[in-house]
Design a protein around this ligand. Structure first.
Ligand code: NAD
Ligand code: UGA
Length: 464
């Protein structure tokens, strides 16, 4: 089966970059990315390609090459579904904020809406691909909806989870460690559908990097991969606290441990805590699934990764208060960075949000600089917590686009995101314009300790 038209529902951090790369690599296939968010689609279509809604190194170049050739962004979801041979579902699957499984389970309402819309619109056979991260056995529910409410057409359901990381999305998509495709490998139609998707990726991904499995293994592998990655960060963060008590340096420990080829060096960078839209959500979902099967020990094991991460964020904030003579009330604390990691404008679940919330509860005044995050996004992140009124957030938090102004007359600076540019600031100038003692808290192990101490800073870094 040759795929000529692809539709992707959801033009977010996954749908946008993934489809841009597929379109660039497969010029003979038409790719239409649809979304109900009109503003987002308008931004993807902005004449100036630098204004696309997602900041990712290298993405605007890929979009510039493929857009209006075989890559289209639209709000006409029905039309794109109708035309497509293959439909990716790449909508958000956040943690439920209500009802059964509140705070744990993945909210599948957006997925279900997509399935019902596809069932209503489809007039010929289609391959449906789960791109969103989903609980194991979601494909079964999708099949049920599609087959019972549809127009009698046949649907093959595949699972094709995405492993890209933000900030390196284009690189990860161009050269993935593996592409995982789960399908009904016991039927001829299932095998054909799997092959159709393999053929798309095989335009640029070598066959040996394309792994095919049954649907349930594929769905569960995605949750497992994220749980393992997050677990490594929590493990090294647990050691960072012990390092601070014993004189060991967590970077040295991570290097020594990571040189063991059985352990490996990646994902052992101690930090103020992992953020991002997925690690916490996916582990909570895993915990919920384990509990729903009565596997309490399994659930407790993975929940500890989240507990450790919450502790890391909290202890970083508490250390600021403690070090500033047990009070930050009315003191200016400068934040360098708000995004959950460098090279992205995404702030979802960023550790900075929780550190700010803690310090605001202690009545600090916070002034923030992030090279890619907008002022309104920062207020929205704080307002979303509902800890205090919007008015109070606006009066206590200031956002500026000059790091030097942000640090002027500050009692303390906290580095919350590891943006490269922070390393190259004129730290002597920053020091000269701060109140003394000038406290500097490095939540990312970005800055050189000896250098900063020589300038005169009272310097504190995670795990050192
Ligand atoms: P996102 O919120 O950036 O994008 C999702 C988009 O889907 C939104 O623009 C939303 O308007 C749209 N949408 C929702 N319901 C819709 C509907 N019925 N019709 C049309 N559009 C609809 O989310 P994201 O970060 O791209 O994540 C999507 C999925 O991919 C999630 O399941 C996530 O867990 C998974 N994932 C994310 C990443 C990542 O780095 N962000 C990586 C791998 C996997
Ligand atoms: C993560 C995974 O790496 C992707 O494979 C996955 O596809 C994605 O989640 C997803 O499912 O959404 P992402 O969250 O974009 O990607 O970014 P990561 O590089 O994994 O970083 C996550 C968080 O952990 C960041 O806050 C980062 O600063 C932190 N981190 C990461 C550390 O503190 N230390 C490390 O060593 C690595």
């Amino acid at each position: 089966m040759k795929i000529k038209n692809i539709c992707c529902i959801g033009a977010g951090y996954v749908g946008g970059p993934t489809m841009a790369v597929i379109a660039q690599k497969c010029p003979e296939i038409n790719v239409t990315v649809v979304d109900i968010n009109e503003k987002r689609i308008a931004a993807w279509n902005d004449k100036d390609v630098e204004n696309i809604p997602i900041y990712e190194p290298g993405l605007s170049e890929v979009v510039a090459e493929a857009r209006d050739r075989n890559l289209f962004f639209s709000t006409d979801v029905d039309a794109a579904i109708d035309k497509a041979d293959l439909i990716f579902i790449s909508v958000n699957t956040p943690t439920k904020t209500y009802g059964m499984g509140k705070g744990m389970a993945a909210d599948l309402k957006f997925i279900e809406l997509c399935a019902r819309q596809i069932a209503r619109v489809a007039k010929d056979d289609k391959i449906i691909v789960e791109k969103s991260t989903l609980p194991v056995r979601t494909a079964e529910a999708l099949k049920n909806i599609l087959e019972n409410t549809g127009n009698g057409v046949n649907f093959q359901i595949l699972s094709n989870p995405e492993f890209l990381a933000e900030g390196t999305a284009v690189k990860d998509l161009m050269k993935p460690d593996r592409v995982l495709i789960g399908g009904d490998i016991n039927s001829e139609e299932g095998k054909e559908a799997v092959q159709a998707l393999v053929d798309i990726y095989n335009h640029w991904v070598p066959k040996e990097n394309i792994l095919t499995t049954n649907v349930w293994s594929s769905e569960l592998s995605k949750l497992t991969a994220n749980a393992f990655l997050a677990q490594r960060v929590s493990s090294i963060n647990a050691m960072s606290e012990l390092c601070e008590k014993t004189g060991a340096d967590v970077n040295e420990v991570a290097k020594a441990v990571g040189m063991d080829s059985r352990i490996g060096a990646k994902f052992l960078k101690s930090s103020v805590g992992f953020g991002g839209s997925c690690f916490q959500k996916d582990i909570l979902n895993l915990v919920y699934i384990a509990k729903s099967f009565g596997l309490n020990e399994v659930a407790d094991y993975w929940e500890q990764v989240i507990i450790m991460n919450d502790h890391q964020k909290k202890r970083f904030a508490a250390n600021i208060v403690k070090t500033l003579f047990n009070t930050v009330s009315g003191k200016k604390i400068s934040f360098l960075g708000w995004a959950f990691k460098k090279d992205t404008n995404d702030t979802r679940e960023s550790a900075a949000i929780y550190v700010a919330d803690y310090l605001l509860n202690e009545q600090a005044d916070i002034v923030i600089y992030d090279p890619k995050v907008t002022k309104e996004q920062i207020y929205a992140d704080l307002n979303y917590l509902g800890t205090r009124s919007e008015k109070e957030n606006r009066s206590r938090v200031t956002v500026l686009n000059d790091p030097y102004k942000v640090c002027e007359d500050a009692h303390a600076i906290a580095v919350l995101t590891e943006w490269d540019e922070f390393e190259h600031l004129d730290w002597k100038k920053i020091y000269d314009n701060m109140l003394k003692p000038a406290f500097l808290f490095d939540g990312r192990r970005l800055l050189k300790k000896e250098e900063k101490k020589e300038i005169g800073f009272e310097f504190y870094a995670i795990g050192n």
